[in-house]
Design a binder for this molecule. Sequence first.
Ligand code: TYD
Length: 136
Amino acid sequence: MSVGKFLSFEDLSDSRGGLVSYEESRNIPFHIKRIYCIYNVSHNAERGFHAHRKLEQVAVCVSGSCTMLLDNGKEKESIVLSTPYKGLYIGSNIWRVMQSFSKDCVLVVLASELYDESDYIRNYDEFLKEIEMGSR
Ligand code: TYD
């Protein structure tokens, strides 16, 4: 995988049940300013269709499963998320689409910035233009 990167989290589960911990600057490579959750998504719904100019994120599927399609303008990857013990790091300037949500999917996203609509690139041609300009 080269567009996204998997992060592994220690399984702290014991006979009483599951436990996993996400800590900024320890197992998450940035300061966590925001956490949001995506859940109750119908199986045929697709979300995302955007990139971020600055934001970094780690997406963790704490229940069920979903598929993340990543695209850096040159390479594309399809990644299945299905465990709380693995997070997908998504850096800036990566186009993403989320799909194939299971009924019980809860996708937790740890984000390096507060919500800011001006950080979104929601048009694919604009995304390609911005990364082309950035690589000059
Ligand atoms: P969006 O990021 O477009 O959703 P997805 O990528 O999952 O398809 O967000 C949907 C709406 O929710 C949009 O109007 C922005 C708003 N929103 C917030 O207000 N705060 C947030 O932290 C997020 C992620 C979205």
